[in-house]
Design a protein around this ligand. Structure first.
Ligand code: AGP
Length: 593
């Protein structure tokens, strides 16, 4: 249940006791499991469990994990996708196996059984060999937990491109897809590389490499306390994470900006003036909210460093043969560090000779193992599916990185850099100010929560902020929303504006504010209701609601301007009675493409 936030549609559990594997599973929420007759029959002190987000086959009891092999000797839960499951299934059918689900996963326990029976050995590693042979035949991504009658006190786990961590306890050991899930039981974790096999029992953890040679691994101690992954008195994780942004930003800044000095010790000597000036371009590649961070900081990097910046969606970048070479720096943004498309884009960039930096919030996540350099945001665990503090902490981090590069290159005015740094240091206090708009936003949310469409407008950096505001609203309120560069609206989409439609305007760029005001005037003329987020000198009387945010340097204004928009989507979702933290169809970590 601690992993519910990742998004799922079915849940299940299997335990092993006295040579018998018992399974309870069904579609729907984890809490439904408590009432199943099958759950009452579960026994034992070793078990595997799963929340499924359907890929192959509809959400149903049969398609839920754990899956058993035909002889009910092996149970498996699987995250990821097996791309060659049809040919493996056909091979197994030819060998007498049958299948009851539509999943790709069901081939895995059967394949293990198949290889187990073909192995003449009788030693302790027989099951592990069968698992290895199975994994060697799989194409795709997987993290697997395997339970078997053949080794009743043990569990085998392995990962390839899907997350999995092992937690070391005292007289007990744990496995999970994410650190926060087991943080209240242990702080000592083993982070696994692809194709590392783990044989766990209550008192023992053994690691094996791809060739099944035993290896030793060090634990990583996680300093987050368990409270950080709890709701801490808030109704929802999302609200908690919105409210804790001042703290999260302080942590991000604290690790990177020491007074006037930027600190990126992990990059230092490699990022010389010579290297940075040799760059033809910087790519920022990410998905969803993280990609919106890229859009916000593109202008900052170009302006301060005078290097061309391209921002790309990872799922597009990876398939379009981008122009990337050793004169390119590729920066990958990912809160979870597990997003499949972002990791694939990173691998492609490395193949093409680029230097790669991963910016993530999750220590030891897959992306950090692929990138040349990893920089952490230190924003604390983000549990709600809708990303909030990850966005603001990434914008802060990327802005400090831009300043750091500009200082090495000598491409920006010293006084401008000093001013941005001063503004960055003031951000936590200013976010606290912005959070006071809570009540005003709640009132507006009550007014518009039944709307069908909402439009978000802005120009320049404000357009990037508008995009993120629009995504937040869609994700958790299920209201259709679109964002536009304000000047683009009249080239077609203004046809959608009619009496009563809601338009949200973002105006923090003093050079563009007058233009945006004119565009919003155009929608007001056509009957739109308006909410404006601004720190500029505007005639407030023309808008329905104006949320004043503190003045700041335009490069960091997204960090303040996004907060009222996060709150707006939150309160609309609450007003509609929706599950804010677990919006339909969405997963926190998108580990499949
Ligand atoms: C954010 O609200 C979304 N849930 C989603 O767009 C997210 O930002 C995206 O899936 C990327 O995730 P990542 O940062 O973990 O890579």
């Amino acid at each position: 249940s601690k992993l519910e936030y990742r998004g799922y549609d079915s849940a299940g559990i299997a335990t092993l006791e006295k040579d018998s594997i018992k399974v309870a599973k069904d579609k729907g929420r984890v809490e439904n499991l408590y009432n199943l007759e099958d759950t009452k029959k579960l026994e034992g002190s070793i078990g595997i469990a799963h929340t499924r987000w359907a890929t192959h086959g509809i959400p149903s009891k049969i398609n839920s994990h754990p899956h058993l092999d035909n002889s009910e000797s092996i149970a498996v839960v699987h995250n990821g996708i097996i791309e060659n499951y049809i040919e493996l299934k056909n091979m197994l059918i030819k060998n007498g196996y049958h299948f009851i689900s539509d999943t790709d996963t069901e081939i895995i326990p059967n394949l293990i059984h198949y290889y187990y029976n073909k192995d003449d050995g009788h030693d302790d590693l027989k099951l592990l060999r069968a698992v290895k042979k199975t994994c060697d035949s799989l194409i795709g991504s997987f993290s697997l937990e395997i339970l078997s009658k053949y080794m009743p006190d043990n569990m085998i786990v392995v990962r390839k491109d899907s997350p999995l961590v092992v937690g070391k306890g005292n007289g007990e050991n744990y496995v999970a897809s994410d650190i926060p899930a087991i943080l209240s039981y242990t702080k000592d974790f083993y982070l696994l590389d692809n194709y590392e096999y783990v044989l766990l029992s209550r008192d023992n953890i053994k690691f094996y490499n791809k060739n099944l040679n035993e290896i030793s691994k060090e634990t990583t101690t996680i300093t987050w306390d368990a409270m950080a992954a709890d709701k801490d008195g808030f109704e929802d994780y999302m609200l908690k994470e919105i409210m804790e942004q001042p703290k999260a930003i302080r942590e991000t800044i604290g690790s990177r900006l020491d007074g006037n000095k930027c600190n990126f010790s992990e990059l230092d000597s490699d990022f010389s003036k010579e290297f940075l000036s040799s760059l033809h371009q910087i790519y920022i590649v990410a998905c969803g909210t993280a990609m919106h961070v890229g859009l916000c900081v593109k202008n900052t990097i170009e302006n301060l460093c005078k290097i061309h910046v391209e921002v790309d969606i990872a799922s597009e970048f990876r398939y379009r043969d981008p122009i990337v070479d050793d004169k390119t720096l590729c920066i990958f943004l990912s809160q979870s560090g597990e997003t499949a498309d972002t990791i694939a884009a990173l691998k492609l960039s490395k193949e093409k000779g680029a230097k790669t930096i991963a910016i993530t919030n999750v220590i030891g996540s897959s992306i950090t193992r692929e990138a040349d350099y990893s920089i952490y945001t230190h924003a604390g665990p983000e549990i709600a599916v809708a990303s909030t503090k990850a966005y603001t902490s990434q914008v802060v981090l990327m802005t400090i990185l831009a300043i750091y590069f500009a200082e090495i290159l000598g491409t920006a005015d010293e006084s401008l850099l000093v001013d941005i740094k001063k503004n960055i240091l003031e951000l936590p206090k200013k976010i606290e100010e912005v959070l006071k708009c809570d009540e005003e936003i709640t009132k507006f949310a009550k007014k518009i929560y039944q709307e069908k469409d909402v439009f978000f407008l802005g120009r320049g950096i404000d357009e990037a902020i508008a995009r993120e505001g629009s995504l937040k609203l869609k994700e958790i309120s299920y209201i259709h929303s679109e964002s536009y560069p304000a000047g683009e609206l009249k080239h077609g989409s203004i046809a959608l504006i009619e009496n009563g439609v809601t338009v949200v305007g973002v105006m923090t760029d003093k050079d563009l504010v007058k233009k945006t005001v004119s565009n919003i005037q155009e929608v007001i003329t056509r009957g739109a209701k308006t909410l404006v987020v601004s720190n500029q000198d505007i005639d407030k009387s023309m808008f329905d609601v104006v949320i004043d945010i503190p003045e700041t340097n335009c490069f960091v204004s997204p960090i303040l301007a996004i907060v009222p928009l996060q709150l707006l989507s939150y309160y609309i979702s609450k007003e509609k009675g929706l599950d804010v933290d677990k919006p339909r169809n969405l997963a926190k970590s998108v580990t499949v493409e």
